[in-house]
Design a protein around this ligand. Structure first.
Ligand code: ATP
Length: 256
């Protein structure tokens, strides 16, 4: 349709002292899409995340976000453009409440200077009110309203994973990239988690990229799946096609 994608990666390579962790990886994400990035352990998924978000400088290739070349930009500058990622490590502070954690996500993303809240003028008071309204809305979107004032330390594993996404959403991403967001969830919790994820695109964010080992979850939430193996793209397509792909099945079995 001639419209450029939200994110485009061209022939990305990452070389760690002679080891090609990622080789000639090209892909794109359109607005409105949820894309799943999968592959066996060590396939290069996290390395790709790091290159797309400025944590690694690719050995070769480039990344375009909203048509802008962001290849060698700093992570915080990329986040400010609207490309926000999560880490495998939690971003939740256990002693703060659910609401406070989301509000903190807002400040951490540099949406409002914390300093300015100590010298409040009318403009700051309005921004503060808007931040609180937005945080409450995100908590609701993630289905955590009933836990709004509970300390994060009291949350179940399923609720904690939802809160982690909520904190990332507080940075107001256009494209959200989640690295193994359902780690540790049982199948019932993963189903609830997936149902909430499916509501985000078009409502809270423009597009979603998810790296996830839980196949049932990633296949159910994604419009398109990209498979990495030994740092190269092995396959790409609809979840149903990927599930039937022999090469993909062999890549997973080969590592088992
Ligand atoms: P997992 O599913 O286990 O998280 P992954 O698909 O995210 O794996 P990466 O963590 O990207 O895989 O690793 C890809 C390859 O690059 C691996 O062989 C890994 O050992 C290597 N690698 C990753 N980061 C570095 C680094 N900083 N220095 C050297 N080698 C690295």
């Amino acid at each position: 349709n001639g419209k450029s994608p939200l994110l485009r990666a061209d022939t990305l390579c990452m070389n760690f002292g002679g080891i090609m962790a990622v080789k000639d990886f090209s892909f794109h994400i359109d607005a409105g899409e949820t894309v799943g990035l999968i592959g066996p352990n060590g396939a290069g998924k996290t390395t790709c995340f790091n290159m797309l978000t400025g944590f690694y400088s690719p050995s070769n290739g480039r990344v375009l976000f909203k048509g802008e070349d962001i290849t060698n930009r700093k992570p915080h500058a990329i986040a400010r453009l609207g490309l926000v990622r999560s880490f495998q490590k939690t971003n939740v502070m256990k002693r703060l409440t659910v609401f406070e954690n989301v509000l903190t996500g807002h400040y951490m993303a540099g949406r409002q200077s914390l300093l300015s809240t100590f010298f409040p003028g009318e403009k700051v008071r309005r921004a503060e009110r808007e931040a609180r309204e937005s945080a409450a809305e995100i908590v609701e979107t993630m289905g955590l309203s009933h836990r709004m004032n509970a300390p994060a330390s009291l949350l179940s594993c399923g609720e904690l994973r939802l809160l982690e996404v909520a904190v990332a959403l507080a940075a107001k991403p256009s494209l959200l990239m989640l690295d193994e967001p359902a780690a540790g969830l049982n199948s019932h919790e993963a189903t609830t988690f997936g149902a909430v994820l499916k509501t985000l695109v078009g409502r809270s964010i423009d597009a979603l990229l998810i790296v996830e080992h839980n196949m049932e979850l990633v296949m159910s939430v994604s419009d398109r799946i990209v498979v990495l193996n030994f740092g190269r793209k092995l396959a790409e397509g609809k979840p149903t096609d990927i599930l039937e792909n022999r090469e993909v099945a062999e890549a997973y079995l080969g590592k088992a």
